[in-house]
Design a protein around this ligand. Structure first.
Ligand code: PLP
Ligand code: TYF
Length: 398
């Protein structure tokens, strides 16, 4: 029956883990997927997550279906974390918001909404962007275009290119913006640049869709990382927002996220809410409850929330420390290359500037695995493997 089914390619990022697992070298390093590791290279479950989970289990709650848009005490708290507790759309009951199956599910629900209700049916993504973005938006039936973002020659933001491309976009086009800790480049606009992007988006009447998968991971401060989203909203632009708690709560496999749309009135919000439900029903009916209960427990308990913000900061700080260490080791080895981008970039990823061939050599000669675009996941670096990593990068980069 399935004789005509062709073999598909592996996921460009998740496929790396397979290659890593097959490598028998004891000094192998997986810098492919963006999943936080502690200083021993082990997956990390946050103390606040353990505590919240204990409390949730202690409540002996039932396992009934969640409502279609999820648990209200989760998505309300999630929205406050992103927009700020004084945010006008929240206070004025005009934020349509739904729990989703992590950030990817938020993107897909948002994509389906745009495909149904955005007349242009067109979205622009930065070049480069997270590989799954194009797949999600195309799958929902949107036309996917690009805007310039990253300049290879300077290893930094191509701000002029970005502005020029948005200035040329047709009114009504959606624009995907990484709210913070851009994946894969680790290059974010400055506050002044965000303000300029806001002006172009507003003047050109583009529709801003923020993807915030890394709130807290860029600067260690969840409020600071929400700067761009809040600037757009506080200055009157209706945005849509995707949130994920995979990274900042380490709830990767629990699949906890949220999708929200700023509306003009409670009446508009009610109509949008009704359509979000219509989109979710045939996709997965209703979202999982366990992770949502954990996240809600943390976000709604002032003390636990404070402790959690501290844990987010310590994860972000460890990555910043590893960036410094890697740069220092490369310079100490005598590399004549400029490695300042290793420390100036932020978030989980470093866009090294290595070519696909150099990345191939990292794997074949040094058992160091990253993606072929030269991205390495900073979370995979620790005090025990940074020497080997620096030597490997130095050897292939000449
Ligand atoms: N958006 C970006 C930019 C990402 O890097 C990721 C991956 O972590 C996601 C969305 C969604 O991830 P998840 O579905 O695990 O929340
Ligand atoms: O970019 C990353 O590594 C993370 C994790 O299909 C990820 O965003 C990667 C690929 C994928 C899903 C999640």
């Amino acid at each position: 029956t399935w004789a005509n089914v062709p073999q598909g390619p592996p996921d460009a990022i998740l496929g790396i883990t397979e290659a890593f697992k097959a490598d028998t070298a004891s000094h192998k390093i997986n810098l492919g997927v963006g999943a936080y590791r502690d200083n021993e290279g082990k997956p990390f479950v946050l103390n606040t997550v353990r505590e919240a989970e204990k409390r949730v289990v202690g409540k002996k709650l039932d396992k009934e279906y969640a409502p279609i848009t999820g648990l209200a005490n989760f998505y309300t708290a999630a929205a406050e974390l992103a927009y700020g507790s004084n945010s006008a759309p929240i206070k004025e009951n005009r934020l349509a918001v739904s729990q989703t199956i992590s950030g990817t599910g938020a993107l897909r629900v948002g994509a389906e909404f745009l495909a149904k209700f955005l007349p242009s049916k067109k979205i622009l993504l930065p070049t480069p962007s997270w590989a799954n973005h194009k797949a999600v938006f195309s799958a929902a039936g949107l036309e996917v275009g690009q805007y310039r973002y990253y300049d290879k020659s300077t290893i930094s933001l191509d701000f002029d290119g970005l502005k020029a491309d948005l200035e040329q976009a047709a009114p009504g086009t959606a624009v995907l913006l990484h709210a913070c800790a851009h994946n894969p480049t680790g290059v974010d606009p400055t506050k002044e640049q965000w303000q300029a992007i806001f002006n172009v988006v507003k003047e050109r009447q583009l529709f801003p869709l923020f993807d915030m998968a890394y709130q807290g991971f860029a600067s260690g401060d969840c409020d600071r990382d929400a700067y761009a989203v809040r600037y757009f909203v506080d200055n009157g632009l209706p945005v849509a927002l995707n949130q994920s708690f995979a990274k900042n709560m380490g709830l990767y496999g629990e699949r906890i996220g949220a999708f929200s749309i700023v509306c003009e009135s409670p009446e508009e919000k009610a109509r949008v809410d009704s359509q979000l439900k219509i989109i979710v029903r045939p996709l997965y009916s209703n979202p999982p409850i366990h992770g949502a209960r954990i996240a809600a427990e943390i976000l709604n308990d002032a003390q636990l929330k404070q402790q959690w913000l501290g844990e987010v900061k310590s994860m972000a700080d460890r990555m910043i420390e590893m960036r410094s260490l890697l740069r220092e080791k490369l310079e100490n080895l005598g590399s004549k290359k400029d490695w300042s981008h290793v420390t100036s970039q932020i978030g989980m990823f470093c866009y090294t500037g290595l070519s696909p061939e150099q990345v191939d050599r990292l794997a074949s000669e040094f058992s160091v695995y990253g993606t072929r675009d030269g991205r390495i996941s900073i979370c995979g670096i620790n005090a025990s493997n940074v020497d080997h990593l620096a030597k490997a990068i130095f050897a292939v980069s000449g």
